[in-house]
Design a protein around this ligand. Structure first.
Ligand code: M6R
Length: 366
């Protein structure tokens, strides 16, 4: 059942080219510049006029929501707020009939996420779901939604569900952007053409496995680890840190790279590995200065870089190359080596990768 892999987590990591393809199937038509989302098509008018989107989720799904915020604000130009479902529901949140609330949940059973949308529904908001398990509780109480179609995820650490959630959010961002005229048709054609290639590029990113394993060997005995990125790579850093902490029990934090100097920099010494997402995109130069700051304090740096990068290579201790992609799709590709890193470190430390201590696959109690 593990398909020849040692663990479900590894199998699910390697399934991602397929799961992303399944998620895209029948939903994008690159040559026509068309995105088709059957589950929400009755809400086109709502999407054209919506002036605020609130995303509620927990854990990894919340990280996907943060990536979604970057995507929807950039490509659809609609303001987005991303909330921990548990905080949102107890805050007497301001919600009106004008709002669109999107719940993201792999299992579709997370208690806090469910309660958050029940509350928003009572207040008259329109509720969408982005879920993986078909027919679960959350999709049953939403008005509409888009399934991720990643297939069953058994490993407690979410991997393929995360990339499928990000894929759906990308589709939603383009869909709303097109309906509102926020994205040019020619640009959309270009994006969709590359999105169609993402499964192949993810396959290439999986080839970093041996390299990642070597780095895992160096970092496996650390007590702490910092993950840094900017823009949509910030939530990817959060996700990398969560993966590492939940399965290897190494304390890890994700931060926006620029926040380092507001506190975490005090932690940096020879024993502190810092993982950067330093691909060649809008904040590349800024991330490079953050790498220099870490190196100047003796920190050990591993960086995820765009294939062929030489600048970061010269300053980091270790680099992991990923294929070049449009900025919109970096999270889908850069997440792969971080999943592998957490996996290998956990295996090397003798941890129970698929069933980490104290954790359940779906958190149905608050
Ligand atoms: O099923 P959900 O997506 O609602 O679950 C949310 C979190 O419990 C989940 O993502 C959790 O953080 C994972 N263990 C992360 O790998």
């Amino acid at each position: 059942e593990k398909g020849g892999y040692d663990h479900f987590m590894l199998k699910e990591i390697y399934e991602q080219p397929r799961s992303i393809r399944d998620c895209l199937r029948g939903r994008i038509y690159p040559q026509q510049g068309k995105v088709q989302l059957g589950g929400i098509k009755e809400y086109v008018e709502k999407l054209k006029n919506v002036d605020r989107i609130i995303i509620v989720a927990c854990g990894t799904s919340w990280h996907a929501g943060l990536v979604g915020e970057y995507l929807i604000e950039e490509y659809a130009r609609v303001p987005v707020e991303v909330e921990y479902a548990s905080e949102f529901r107890y805050r007497n949140p301001i919600i009106t009939e004008k709002d669109l609330v999107i719940a993201i949940s792999q299992s579709g059973e997370t208690a806090d996420t469910m309660a958050a949308i029940e509350l928003a529904k009572e207040k008259g908001a329109t509720i969408f779901g982005i879920c993986n398990v078909v027919g679960a509780s959350i999709p049953r109480i939403t008005h509409a939604g888009v399934y991720t179609h990643a297939g069953p995820e058994i490993g407690v650490a979410s991997t393929k569900a995360f990339t499928a959630q990000v894929t759906v959010l990308t589709l939603i961002a383009f869909y709303i952007g097109q309906k509102r005229g926020a994205i040019k048709q020619s640009t959309l054609i270009e994006y969709l053409t590359q999105l169609d290639e993402i499964p192949t590029l993810v396959e290439q990113a999986l080839k970093s496995n041996d390299r990642v394993k070597e780095i895992a060997e160096k970092f496996k005995n650390s007590n702490n680890c910092l993950f840094l990125g900017r823009g949509s790579s910030f939530p990817v850093a959060l996700e990398g840190a969560l993966k590492l902490k939940e399965i290897s029990y190494i304390h890890a934090e994700g931060y926006p790279a620029a926040e380092m100097k507001h506190g975490p920099i005090a932690l940096i010494d020879e024993d502190m590995p810092v993982i950067f997402i330093a691909t060649k995109h809008s904040s590349y130069e800024k991330v490079i200065s953050n790498i220099q700051e870490v190196k100047a304090r003796g920190g050990q740096v591993a960086a995820i870089v765009t294939q062929g990068d030489t600048t970061v290579k010269d300053m980091a201790d270790y680099i992991i190359e990923i294929p070049e992609v449009n900025e919109a799709f970096v999270p889908l590709v850069s997440t792969i080596p971080l999943q592998l890193l957490a996996y290998h470190i956990a295996v090397m430390r003798g941890c129970n990768v698929d069933q980490p201590r104290n954790l359940a696959k779906s958190v149905t109690v608050e």
